[in-house]
Design a protein around this ligand. Structure first.
Ligand code: AMP
Length: 122
């Protein structure tokens, strides 16, 4: 799994293109999705060069894994989503339609979510 450092999230991490930042620490950056699919739609990315959950869990240090997942929880809490609830999704690879090859968890909130996956399987 080769990391492409020209992907859009790598450029955001390097400050080459802007983002609407909501949170940053040593391990993670969170920003609003450019095409939101819910009233709250925030992406949380690790700072290291990892393509996907598979790549990250294989190669990242324990500190990076812990720091990243703690950041996801912190972001959701700071967005006020703990009580009403929220959904986390991370797409991996072609079958899941992963568009950007830098690991990201989507945080969706602000409304009641429908079924987990459409019955058509899409
Ligand atoms: P995925 O299909 O899981 O790879 O999702 C990629 C997400 O990145 C999509 O929801 C896009 O709307 C979002 N996205 C792409 N480019 C940007 C950008 N420059 N800033 C914020 N979100 C972006």
């Amino acid at each position: 799994m080769t990391y492409d450092d020209q992907n859009v999230f790598a450029k955001i991490l390097r400050g080459e293109i802007p983002c609407n930042k909501v949170y940053e620490d040593d391990y993670a950056l969170a920003f609003h999705d450019i095409a939101p699919q819910a009233p709250v739609h925030v992406l949380v990315i690790p700072k290291g060069p990892y393509v996907s959950t598979a790549d990250f869990t294989e190669k990242a240090s324990d500190a990076e894994v812990a720091g990243y997942f703690k950041a996801i929880g912190t972001v959701a809490r700071q967005l006020g989503l703990d009580e009403p609830g929220y959904r986390l999704i991370a797409n991996h690879g072609a079958d899941a339609h992963q568009e950007v090859p830098h690991l990201h968890f989507h945080i969706f909130g602000g409304r009641k979510m429908k079924g987990m996956i459409p019955k058509s399987g899409q």
